[in-house]
Design a binder for this molecule. Structure first.
Ligand code: PLP
Length: 426
């Protein structure tokens, strides 16, 4: 086979030949009758099995203070669990609260409290503002955006770069408009781009002047410990940076063990300033008499220490890193040199970000579907599901077995090439 050249530079005859070949490859793909799914950003069964030890814990009914974990109380969560996550997230245990199984619920709760009552520094509840706007780095996590849409919050997109959100764009949006109340960021191994927010970008976000006195950064560190290589990224120390810049209440840091132990039965973490914490606990105390401390103790016994978490994450890496390698290998084999797609090679997290030729993402997803390969709908990583370039596709290789990832990705690559050839032939 000749060396691939950019598809757009092929002569009309060569392009017609390429298109015919890809149509034949696609017909062969359809004939396989596949039923594969690359939509689910969730741990595989083998990963869940790593934590089966939890099912036999805890071995006792009291925490280290002697409190009976089976009973009410302890709104902040078990101190020993908070210490483990404080060290892992480079924050002070006093800043940490541990909650139920979902950090997304904590985010929703924080947003609800802000809307209903405002937070420290607010002039009024956010619901009483004429408009509330949030900055959304794109591509981003679809549930962040759908949550905002549900609250009636206006979304302002900024590009997500390799070192975090485009700070210049963010600064321009927050400087003069007090309606811009906050932003999302997934700082480490972002969903879906895989980018890691640099210390420099984090420092700028935490220190930039904002027209809103109660500007909040929802620092969703869902993938803080989810390294795919030995080069383990360290998340920027958002709380200290904000505090040093005189904006201690700006960041709210979230994490969970959803992709560490059991996605449905893990523990969540919220780290924040002392003022934010008092505010949050005040409202929480009207909603709950205490978290599931039995599960907290179970996790403490299971991990033992922050190093226990780190060692556990290396076992996850052994299972999922080959799947990410398979995604890269399949895309490279079919698409390298054609100049019709770019994809991330993340060093952590759960996703590969695939950018195909402009105007073809929806077509790729439709072609894949017709061939029995489910992909996340095109545009999902953008507010209101609108990718202005129809270019972005989120791939989630963690859940299917490796052989299925290989088969599915070879098929996806065929669809990407076919959609690009069709587009160029129009
Ligand atoms: N935040 C991000 C960026 C995610 O990708 C996910 C799940 O995919 C979550 C939060 C959900 O977290 P949890 O399971 O703790 O609610």
């Amino acid at each position: 086979m000749s060396t691939p050249q950019p598809l757009a530079t092929l002569s009309p005859e060569d392009l017609a030949g390429f298109l015919a070949e890809r149509r034949a490859a696609y017909a062969a793909l359809q004939a396989k009758g596949l039923s594969l799914d690359l939509t689910r950003g969730k741990p595989s069964t083998a990963q869940l099995d790593l934590s089966n030890g939890l099912l036999h814990l805890p071995t006792t009914t009291t925490d280290r203070s002697g409190a009976d974990v089976r009973n009410y109380g302890g709104l902040e969560g078990l101190a020993e669990l908070r210490e483990i996550f404080a060290e892992l997230l480079w924050v002070d245990p006093e800043q940490v609260i541990c909650g139920g199984n979902s950090s997304l619920s904590l985010m929703h709760q924080v947003m609800t409290f802000l809307m209903l009552w405002g937070g420290p520094g607010s002039e009024r509840p956010w619901r009483d503002e004429p408009t509330v706007k949030f900055i959304c780095p794109v591509p981003g996590y679809d549930r962040h955006f759908t949550m905002l849409a549900d609250f009636g919050i206006e979304m302002l997109s900024v590009p997500m770069n390799d070192d975090g959100p485009d700070v210049t764009a963010v600064k321009a949006l927050v400087a003069d408009d007090p309606a811009v109340k906050g932003m999302w960021i997934v700082p480490t191994y972002a969903n879906p781009s895989g980018s890691v927010c640099s210390e420099q970008v984090a420092a700028e976000l935490m220190s930039m002047p904002t027209a809103a006195p109660d500007f909040r950064i929802m620092w969703d560190n869902a993938y803080a410990f989810h390294h795919l290589t030995e080069d383990e990224a360290k998340s920027a120390d958002a709380l200290s940076l904000a505090s040093a810049a005189g904006n201690p209440n700006r960041p709210l840091m979230f994490a969970s063990t959803s992709k560490i132990t059991f996605a449905g039965s893990g523990v969540s973490v919220l780290a924040q300033s002392s003022e934010n914490k008092a505010w949050y606990l005040k409202h929480l105390s009207l909603a709950s008499i205490g978290p599931d401390k039995v599960n907290h103790l179970r996790h403490v016994e299971f991990f033992g220490s922050p190093d226990g978490v780190r060692a556990h994450m290396r076992k996850h890496r052994e299972i999922i890193a080959p799947k990410f390698a398979a995604v890269n290998a399949a895309l490279t084999a079919e698409l390298a040199g054609l100049d019709i797609a770019r994809w991330s090679q993340p060093t952590g997290g759960y996703f590969v970000n695939l950018d195909v030729m402009d105007g073809t993402a929806s077509r790729v997803v439709a072609l894949a579907k017709e061939a029995g390969i489910a992909l996340t709908p095109a545009g999902s990583a953008f507010p209101h599901n609108l990718d202005p370039n129809d270019r972005n596709i989120r791939l989630a290789p963690s859940f299917p077995p490796l052989a299925e990832v290989e088969t599915a990705m070879a098929g996806v690559a065929t669809c990407v090439a076919l959609a690009a050839a069709e587009k160029l032939s129009q």
